[in-house]
Structure formats: structure tokens, C-alpha cells
Design a protein around this ligand. Structure first.
Ligand code: SF4
Length: 442
């Protein structure tokens, strides 16, 4: 019998094996499912998906669990595995590679995330206090998508790892479920954020999962590729210049993901980067940037820098200026170093006087503005797809692939016709200044 398809709440089949502790886990998951509005199906055929809570105590229990998973797959096809045998993921995947997800015992939140990913949570407009996409503070047409929390690095000027703890990545199915819900609710641009997006999934051992029947790993490349299929712009923020980042550049060249990378380089002097204890400080970043641009010539690179870091000499600052001149970054922000209570950099010798740091900031930003102006001037005459942010009698303010909201420039369109916020518009660039472009509808 075919699985049912209707507007009714999703129905979850449940198979509970094992000891009383597993039974309590089953009860908790079933309680959570019901409290979120899911129906429970007594048959495989009547279910949208089936959760199998397994036992892995002795060999016969393992066999029974593997058989139960096979039976659920035969009768329904969409199966999430949890429980004690889930701790031996390879044994399950080897016998049943088509399962949608595997979690271990007591993993209530992960089971629910897997359920949400494959049978989205029902929304009842009469009883739910929030819309299905949640409450957001951004305009309706773009949204931030946080893929992990915390950070495994120890940059000497930063106390985020102390405040927020080590890297904890969200399972890829849960991220994609949220992204799909946002796009369904009208979001046209997803801004992927975290403390270290390129490290996504490292804490989970790049765990494999299934999404919409496709095998995916919980890692940066798979995430970027899957997000790129949702039909919205995907913009990647807080990416470090690790070698594996090269792999996403072809996705940008193909148009699946925006040709935009926000990479917080922070400095160009190897000694200062080492003092900062930056991730990837030993990488040859100029070579890496060159390689990225070879793969995707249209790439916009945004970055932030700190000048006046303790010990920064005039020669090292000049090294930074030379680095920026060579890197020709498109979008640049610059802060003067300021000590944060609890940060290791406070104990470094040779703090730079505030007026010296401010003067370096001015010189740095003057160079950045010149490079930006030159790069934007080269865009004049090009056609570009833009996303409209706001409309007024004076025209529309939009953003192109190289402009993240709030931090980058804009595209000003004097007569945008009937365009509304959230519309995509094809324009021809007619003018530029240091940070912004002007355009007319193409
Ligand atoms: S600045 Fe360094 S330590 Fe702080 S969040 Fe970023 S990568 Fe982690």
C-alpha cells in the first residue's frame, strides 16, 4: 500500500524493542511527538515514517533489531533508527544503507530533529503561538541560518569559546529542515552563520545522514550543496581559509551558492597571526585566494581585520597593507585592537598606543576603499541579478551577489517599476562609488 499523502498531521509509526529503559525512551519520544501534533500510526503503511527503537544487548537482540528495521523499510521505506544498537551505526548502515538517520540511546532531541527533517512538524494556525518559520527579526525575504554553536579555537583576543563552549554542530537534517521551512515561508536569501562555518560537522565526525532520500555527511561541502538546491540565495559567512574550503568554489562557479565568502583574515603578518593564535595562521592565504579566484573569477571576498594588535610594529602593519594590496579584497572592515576582559592577548607585551592604532585604521581603510572603488568601477556596464530590500518613491535599494545585508554595499535603482521587497530583478550597472553601485532595470 502506498504511504498516505494529505494535509493531516504527519503520522509516525513506532517500533519499540528492548528493555524497560528503552521503553521509557520510547514513551518520551512518543510523548514529544504527540505534544508537537504528530499522529501515531498503528501500521507501517499508514505512517509517513517509522521510528525503530532498537536493542543491542546480545547478538539475538541485535539480529531482532536489524530484522525490525528491514521490516519497517520493506513496508514503509522511511525509517529512523534510535536506541542502543544506534550506538553501532556502522552495523546498521552496512545492513540497511537506506535508513534516514541513526541516533543512539537517550537521544530524544536528535530523534526529533530527524523526524522534523523528514516529516516536518505540523503547524496549527489556531493553536500555535508562532508561525512555522519561527519568530524572526530580519525582513521576510532573508534569514540567518545558524549551523553550529561554540568554537574549538583559542584566538588570543577572543573569549567566545569560554562564553559559548566548544563547537557543537546541528545535525545536517535539522539545518536543512529549518532552511526548507524558511524558503517555504518566503525567504529568498539564507545567510549561513556560526563561529566557524568551515569546521561544521567536525565535532560529529562528519556523521552521515539521509536528506530527502539522498545520503549526506554533516560537513561544510554537503551542507552548502544541499542548501543550494532549495531555490534561495545561499551566502556563506565566517569561513576560515582551510584547504577543504576550495571544494565549495565549484558550487559558486556553477551558481548553486552565491560567489561570496566572508573570511575573517584579521591580519596579513604571519607573526601577528601566530600571536593572535588564528586558525589556519600557517596557510599561505594569498595563494589560497588566487586559487579561489581561478575557480570562481566572480568571487566577492569580505573580511575583517584588527590593527594595533599588541606587538604590531610599523613594519608588520606595512606587511598587512602590502597583503591587502595583493589580495585585493572586495569588502573589508577594520577594528582597532581593544582588550577584552579574560582574553589571553591582554598579557602580551608592547601594547600599541590608541592614537597609533587609529591612524593605522585610517590608512588601512583608505586603501580598502580605493580597492573597493576600483573593483566596483569594473562592474559598470555589467548585468546583475539583485534582490530588492526596500522600495520608496525615490527608487529601490537592492543587493547583488557580492552584498550581504547590513555589512556590505547596496545597488541603488532609481526606477524599479513595480518591484517589491523580496523580488529578484535583473539590472544593468550604470555607476559606482567606493562602496555602492547604481543601476537601471535591464
Ligand atoms: S575569534 Fe577565534 S576563538 Fe573567537 S570565535 Fe572566532 S575562531 Fe573562535
Amino acid at each position: 500500500m502506498a504511504r498516505r499523502k494529505s494535509k493531516a498531521p504527519p503520522r509516525i509509526g513506532f517500533v519499540s524493542l528492548g528493555c524497560p529503559k528503552a521503553l521509557v525512551d520510547s514513551e518520551r519520544i512518543l510523548t514529544q511527538l504527540r505534544s508537537e501534533g504528530y499522529d501515531i500510526s498503528p501500521t507501517y503503511e499508514g505512517a509517513d515514517l517509522v521510528v525503530v527503537n532498537t536493542c543491542g544487548f546480545i547478538d539475538s537482540a541485535v539480529e531482532e533489531s536489524l530484522d525490525a528495521i528491514g521490516e519497517a523499510l520493506d513496508h514503509n521505506g522511511k525509517v529512523i533508527v534510535t536506541g542502543c544498537l544506534g550506538a553501532r551505526r556502522e552495523a546498521i548502515i552496512e545492513r540497511h544503507p537506506q535508513v534516514l538517520g541513526v541516533t543512539g540511546p537517550h537521544a530524544y532531541a536528535e530523534v526529533m530533529a530527524a523526524v522534523h527533517a523528514h516529516a516536518p512538524k505540523p503547524h496549527d494556525p489556531f493553536t500555535d503561538l508562532v508561525p512555522p518559520q519561527g519568530i524572526r527579526l530580519t525582513p521576510r525575504h532573508y534569514a540567518y541560518l545558524k549551523v553550529s554553536e561554540g568554537c574549538n579555537h583559542h584566538c588570543s583576543f577572543c573569549i567566545i569559546p569560554t562564553l559559548r563552549g566548544k563547537l557543537v554542530s546541528r545535525p545536517i537534517g535539522s539545518v536543512l529542515e529549518e532552511a526548507a521551512r524558511l524558503v517555504g515561508a518566503g525567504v529568498r536569501e539564507l545567510l549561513v552563520i556560526s563561529q566557524d562555518t568551515s569546521a561544521y560537522g567536525a565535532d560529529l565526525g562528519y556523521r552521515p545522514e539521509f536528506w530527502e532520500g539522498r545520503p549526506l555527511k554533516t560537513r561544510f561541502l554537503d551542507l552548502a550543496r544541499a542548501l543550494g538546491t532549495l531555490g534561495a540565495w545561499v551566502r556563506l559567512h565566517y569561513v576560515y581559509p582551510y584547504p577543504h574550503v576550495d571544494e565549495v568554489l565549484p558550487l559558486m562557479a556553477e551558481g548553486l551558492v552565491l560567489p561570496y565568502l566572508d573570511v575573517p583574515f584579521q591580519h596579513g603578518s604571519p607573526r601577528i597571526l601566530k600571536l593572535m593564535r588564528r586558525p589556519a595562521h600557517a596557510e599561505n592565504t594569498l595563494k589560497r585566494i588566487e586559487r579561489w579566484r581561478e575557480i570562481c573569477p566572480d568571487l566577492t571576498i569580505r573580511s575583517t581585520f584588527i590593527v594595533g594588535f599588541p606587538g604590531e610594529t610599523e613594519a608588520e602593519f606595512a606587511e598587512l597593507l602590502a597583503w591587502l594590496e595583493a589580495a585585493r579584497l572586495d569588502r573589508v572592515g577594520c577594528f582597532t585592537y581593544s582588550p577584552v576582559a579574560g582574553a589571553a592577548a591582554n598579557d602580551l607585551p608592547d601594547h600599541v598606543p590608541a592614537e597609533v592604532a587609529e591612524e593605522r585604521q585610517r590608512r588601512f581603510m583608505a586603501l580598502a576603499a580605493r580597492i573597493s572603488a576600483e573593483k566596483l568601477a569594473a562592474r559598470v556596464g555589467q548585468r546583475m541579478r539583485v534582490l530588492v530590500d526596500s522600495v520608496s518613491p525615490a527608487g529601490a535599494i537592492a543587493r547583488g551577489p557580492g552584498d550581504a545585508p547590513e555589512i556590505d554595499g547596496v545597488v541603488k535603482i532609481a526606477s524599479a517599476g513595480v518591484a517589491r521587497p523580496g523580488d529578484f530583478l535583473d539590472v544593468t550597472i550604470t555607476g559606482s562609488d567606493a562602496y555602492d553601485l547604481t543601476a537601471v532595470p535591464a
